[in-house]
Design a protein around this ligand. Structure first.
Ligand code: PGA
Length: 255
Protein backbone atom coordinates (compact mmCIF):
# COMPACT_ATOMS: atom_id res chain seq x y z
CA UNK A 1 0.00 0.00 0.00
CA UNK A 2 1.27 3.47 -0.79
CA UNK A 3 0.64 6.49 1.35
CA UNK A 4 -2.38 8.38 0.03
CA UNK A 5 -2.33 12.09 -0.80
CA UNK A 6 -5.52 13.59 0.57
CA UNK A 7 -7.26 16.97 0.53
CA UNK A 8 -10.27 17.07 2.86
CA UNK A 9 -12.77 19.90 3.20
CA UNK A 10 -14.34 20.40 6.62
CA UNK A 11 -17.38 22.64 6.17
CA UNK A 12 -18.00 22.88 9.93
CA UNK A 13 -21.45 24.40 10.68
CA UNK A 14 -21.76 26.16 7.32
CA UNK A 15 -24.06 25.85 4.28
CA UNK A 16 -27.79 25.35 4.11
CA UNK A 17 -29.10 22.27 2.31
CA UNK A 18 -29.37 24.07 -1.05
CA UNK A 19 -26.01 25.83 -0.71
CA UNK A 20 -24.27 22.55 0.14
CA UNK A 21 -25.79 20.75 -2.83
CA UNK A 22 -24.82 23.64 -5.12
CA UNK A 23 -21.21 23.54 -3.89
CA UNK A 24 -20.88 19.80 -4.48
CA UNK A 25 -22.51 20.06 -7.92
CA UNK A 26 -20.07 22.80 -8.84
CA UNK A 27 -17.11 20.68 -7.73
CA UNK A 28 -18.32 17.67 -9.69
CA UNK A 29 -18.84 19.81 -12.81
CA UNK A 30 -15.65 21.81 -12.63
CA UNK A 31 -12.97 19.55 -11.14
CA UNK A 32 -10.35 18.75 -13.75
CA UNK A 33 -9.51 15.12 -12.98
CA UNK A 34 -6.20 15.35 -14.89
CA UNK A 35 -5.12 18.05 -12.45
CA UNK A 36 -6.46 16.08 -9.49
CA UNK A 37 -4.28 13.10 -10.44
CA UNK A 38 -4.12 10.51 -7.66
CA UNK A 39 -5.06 12.94 -4.88
CA UNK A 40 -7.99 11.66 -2.83
CA UNK A 41 -10.66 14.21 -1.99
CA UNK A 42 -12.88 14.05 1.08
CA UNK A 43 -15.82 16.34 1.82
CA UNK A 44 -17.14 16.66 5.37
CA UNK A 45 -20.50 18.46 5.26
CA UNK A 46 -22.84 18.97 8.23
CA UNK A 47 -24.73 15.79 9.08
CA UNK A 48 -28.03 16.83 7.45
CA UNK A 49 -26.16 16.90 4.13
CA UNK A 50 -24.41 13.54 4.44
CA UNK A 51 -27.05 11.55 2.61
CA UNK A 52 -27.67 13.89 -0.35
CA UNK A 53 -23.94 14.52 -0.78
CA UNK A 54 -23.11 10.79 -0.84
CA UNK A 55 -25.86 10.33 -3.39
CA UNK A 56 -24.54 13.17 -5.58
CA UNK A 57 -21.05 11.68 -5.44
CA UNK A 58 -22.14 8.13 -6.25
CA UNK A 59 -20.42 8.33 -9.65
CA UNK A 60 -17.39 10.29 -8.42
CA UNK A 61 -15.26 7.53 -6.91
CA UNK A 62 -12.35 9.91 -6.23
CA UNK A 63 -14.41 11.94 -3.75
CA UNK A 64 -15.27 10.45 -0.36
CA UNK A 65 -17.68 11.79 2.24
CA UNK A 66 -17.00 12.19 5.95
CA UNK A 67 -19.09 13.15 8.96
CA UNK A 68 -17.60 15.76 11.29
CA UNK A 69 -18.18 13.79 14.50
CA UNK A 70 -19.92 10.71 15.87
CA UNK A 71 -21.05 9.37 19.23
CA UNK A 72 -19.23 6.33 20.58
CA UNK A 73 -22.39 4.31 21.32
CA UNK A 74 -24.28 2.60 18.55
CA UNK A 75 -27.72 3.89 19.55
CA UNK A 76 -29.64 5.06 22.58
CA UNK A 77 -30.83 8.05 24.58
CA UNK A 78 -28.21 10.59 23.47
CA UNK A 79 -30.27 13.54 22.27
CA UNK A 80 -28.67 15.46 19.43
CA UNK A 81 -26.02 12.88 18.62
CA UNK A 82 -25.42 10.63 15.61
CA UNK A 83 -23.71 7.23 15.66
CA UNK A 84 -21.11 5.64 13.41
CA UNK A 85 -23.76 3.11 12.39
CA UNK A 86 -26.00 5.95 11.15
CA UNK A 87 -23.15 7.51 9.21
CA UNK A 88 -22.42 4.15 7.62
CA UNK A 89 -26.11 3.67 6.82
CA UNK A 90 -26.07 6.65 4.42
CA UNK A 91 -22.96 5.23 2.70
CA UNK A 92 -20.58 7.87 3.97
CA UNK A 93 -16.97 6.73 4.06
CA UNK A 94 -15.33 8.41 7.02
CA UNK A 95 -15.68 10.47 10.16
CA UNK A 96 -13.56 13.25 11.66
CA UNK A 97 -12.87 12.80 15.37
CA UNK A 98 -11.11 14.98 17.89
CA UNK A 99 -11.29 18.27 16.04
CA UNK A 100 -10.02 21.03 18.32
CA UNK A 101 -13.42 22.72 18.22
CA UNK A 102 -14.93 19.51 19.65
CA UNK A 103 -12.17 19.40 22.26
CA UNK A 104 -12.58 23.04 23.22
CA UNK A 105 -16.34 23.69 23.02
CA UNK A 106 -17.64 20.20 23.81
CA UNK A 107 -14.94 19.16 26.28
CA UNK A 108 -13.88 16.04 24.41
CA UNK A 109 -10.64 14.41 25.51
CA UNK A 110 -8.47 11.71 23.98
CA UNK A 111 -9.99 8.90 26.06
CA UNK A 112 -13.43 9.74 24.63
CA UNK A 113 -12.01 10.33 21.15
CA UNK A 114 -10.45 6.86 21.28
CA UNK A 115 -13.91 5.35 21.96
CA UNK A 116 -15.35 7.26 19.01
CA UNK A 117 -12.55 5.91 16.81
CA UNK A 118 -13.30 2.37 17.90
CA UNK A 119 -17.00 2.84 17.12
CA UNK A 120 -16.15 4.22 13.67
CA UNK A 121 -13.56 1.54 12.80
CA UNK A 122 -15.98 -1.19 13.94
CA UNK A 123 -18.42 0.12 11.34
CA UNK A 124 -15.67 0.14 8.68
CA UNK A 125 -15.50 3.89 8.44
CA UNK A 126 -12.19 5.64 7.86
CA UNK A 127 -11.23 7.93 10.72
CA UNK A 128 -9.62 11.36 10.43
CA UNK A 129 -8.07 11.85 13.87
CA UNK A 130 -7.19 15.47 14.68
CA UNK A 131 -4.50 16.55 17.10
CA UNK A 132 -2.67 19.81 17.76
CA UNK A 133 -1.38 22.17 20.40
CA UNK A 134 -2.72 25.50 21.65
CA UNK A 135 -0.90 28.81 21.26
CA UNK A 136 0.12 28.69 24.92
CA UNK A 137 1.55 25.19 24.53
CA UNK A 138 3.62 26.24 21.52
CA UNK A 139 4.80 29.44 23.22
CA UNK A 140 6.09 27.40 26.14
CA UNK A 141 7.72 24.89 23.76
CA UNK A 142 5.46 22.04 24.91
CA UNK A 143 3.91 21.43 21.50
CA UNK A 144 5.81 18.24 20.67
CA UNK A 145 5.06 16.62 24.05
CA UNK A 146 1.38 17.69 23.95
CA UNK A 147 0.75 16.22 20.51
CA UNK A 148 2.65 13.03 21.36
CA UNK A 149 0.48 12.55 24.45
CA UNK A 150 -2.70 13.10 22.43
CA UNK A 151 -1.60 10.49 19.90
CA UNK A 152 -0.53 7.92 22.47
CA UNK A 153 -3.73 8.29 24.52
CA UNK A 154 -6.07 8.11 21.54
CA UNK A 155 -4.29 5.57 19.34
CA UNK A 156 -2.41 3.10 21.52
CA UNK A 157 -5.29 0.60 21.68
CA UNK A 158 -5.41 0.17 17.92
CA UNK A 159 -3.56 -2.34 15.75
CA UNK A 160 -1.42 -2.06 12.65
CA UNK A 161 -4.45 -3.31 10.69
CA UNK A 162 -6.55 -0.44 12.05
CA UNK A 163 -3.79 1.96 10.98
CA UNK A 164 -4.79 1.41 7.33
CA UNK A 165 -8.06 3.17 8.13
CA UNK A 166 -6.70 6.01 10.24
CA UNK A 167 -5.69 9.38 8.81
CA UNK A 168 -4.03 11.83 11.19
CA UNK A 169 -4.60 15.57 10.85
CA UNK A 170 -2.19 17.88 12.64
CA UNK A 171 -4.04 21.12 13.33
CA UNK A 172 -2.30 23.64 15.57
CA UNK A 173 -5.18 25.38 17.34
CA UNK A 174 -3.57 28.81 16.88
CA UNK A 175 -3.67 28.39 13.10
CA UNK A 176 -7.31 27.30 12.75
CA UNK A 177 -9.50 29.98 11.22
CA UNK A 178 -7.02 32.66 12.24
CA UNK A 179 -5.28 33.23 8.92
CA UNK A 180 -2.04 32.43 10.69
CA UNK A 181 -0.56 29.37 9.02
CA UNK A 182 2.22 27.23 10.49
CA UNK A 183 5.46 27.61 8.56
CA UNK A 184 6.61 24.63 6.54
CA UNK A 185 9.39 24.19 9.10
CA UNK A 186 6.93 24.16 12.02
CA UNK A 187 4.45 21.83 10.33
CA UNK A 188 7.20 19.63 8.89
CA UNK A 189 8.91 19.21 12.25
CA UNK A 190 5.63 18.12 13.83
CA UNK A 191 4.64 15.80 10.98
CA UNK A 192 7.99 14.04 11.14
CA UNK A 193 7.60 13.63 14.88
CA UNK A 194 4.03 12.37 14.48
CA UNK A 195 5.27 9.70 12.07
CA UNK A 196 7.92 8.62 14.59
CA UNK A 197 5.24 8.27 17.28
CA UNK A 198 2.94 6.41 14.87
CA UNK A 199 5.84 4.05 14.02
CA UNK A 200 6.34 3.29 17.68
CA UNK A 201 2.61 2.44 17.99
CA UNK A 202 1.94 0.74 14.65
CA UNK A 203 5.37 -0.34 13.39
CA UNK A 204 5.91 -0.34 9.62
CA UNK A 205 2.23 0.39 8.96
CA UNK A 206 2.92 4.00 9.99
CA UNK A 207 4.82 4.56 6.74
CA UNK A 208 1.55 4.20 4.85
CA UNK A 209 -0.50 6.50 7.08
CA UNK A 210 -1.41 9.89 5.68
CA UNK A 211 -0.71 12.87 7.92
CA UNK A 212 -2.60 16.01 6.88
CA UNK A 213 -1.89 19.58 7.92
CA UNK A 214 -4.82 21.83 8.85
CA UNK A 215 -4.99 25.48 9.88
CA UNK A 216 -5.52 28.35 7.44
CA UNK A 217 -4.50 26.40 4.35
CA UNK A 218 -5.27 28.62 1.37
CA UNK A 219 -4.60 28.50 -2.38
CA UNK A 220 -1.47 30.62 -1.92
CA UNK A 221 0.23 28.55 0.80
CA UNK A 222 -0.90 24.99 -0.02
CA UNK A 223 1.81 24.08 -2.56
CA UNK A 224 4.64 24.98 -0.22
CA UNK A 225 3.15 22.91 2.64
CA UNK A 226 2.29 19.92 0.45
CA UNK A 227 5.83 19.79 -0.94
CA UNK A 228 7.17 18.60 2.42
CA UNK A 229 7.72 14.80 2.32
CA UNK A 230 5.86 14.19 5.60
CA UNK A 231 2.87 16.43 4.77
CA UNK A 232 0.52 14.16 2.84
CA UNK A 233 -2.26 16.66 2.31
CA UNK A 234 -4.54 19.06 4.10
CA UNK A 235 -7.68 19.38 6.17
CA UNK A 236 -9.22 22.59 4.90
CA UNK A 237 -11.85 24.63 6.75
CA UNK A 238 -12.71 28.11 5.46
CA UNK A 239 -11.18 27.64 2.02
CA UNK A 240 -13.25 24.50 1.36
CA UNK A 241 -16.43 26.59 1.32
CA UNK A 242 -15.63 28.13 -2.07
CA UNK A 243 -15.22 25.70 -4.92
CA UNK A 244 -12.53 27.75 -6.71
CA UNK A 245 -10.35 27.93 -3.61
CA UNK A 246 -10.86 24.28 -2.71
CA UNK A 247 -10.02 23.21 -6.26
CA UNK A 248 -6.81 25.28 -6.33
CA UNK A 249 -5.74 23.65 -3.07
CA UNK A 250 -6.43 20.19 -4.53
CA UNK A 251 -4.39 21.08 -7.63
CA UNK A 252 -1.51 22.29 -5.41
CA UNK A 253 -0.70 18.70 -4.41
CA UNK A 254 2.56 17.66 -6.09
CA UNK A 255 2.02 15.06 -8.83
P1 PGA B 1 -9.32 26.57 8.63
O1 PGA B 1 -9.85 25.30 9.45
O2 PGA B 1 -8.79 26.04 7.31
O3 PGA B 1 -10.51 27.44 8.45
O4 PGA B 1 -8.23 27.20 9.45
C1 PGA B 1 -9.17 24.08 9.44
C2 PGA B 1 -9.90 23.08 10.30
O5 PGA B 1 -10.36 23.43 11.39
O6 PGA B 1 -10.05 21.91 9.91
Amino acid sequence: MVRKKIVAGNWKMNKSYDEGIALVEQLVDELDMDKVGDTHIIIAPPSVLLQPVTELLMFSPGIAVAAQNCHHEESGAFTGEISAAMIKSVDADAVIVGHSERREYFKEDDALISKKMKAALDKELMVIYCCGESFEERKTANHIAVVEKQLRTALSDFSAKDADNIIVAYEPVWAIGTGEVATVAQAGEMHTHIRTVLSSIFGDAAQNMSILYGGSVKPDNAAELFAHPDIDGGLIGGASLKSADFMSIIYAMPK
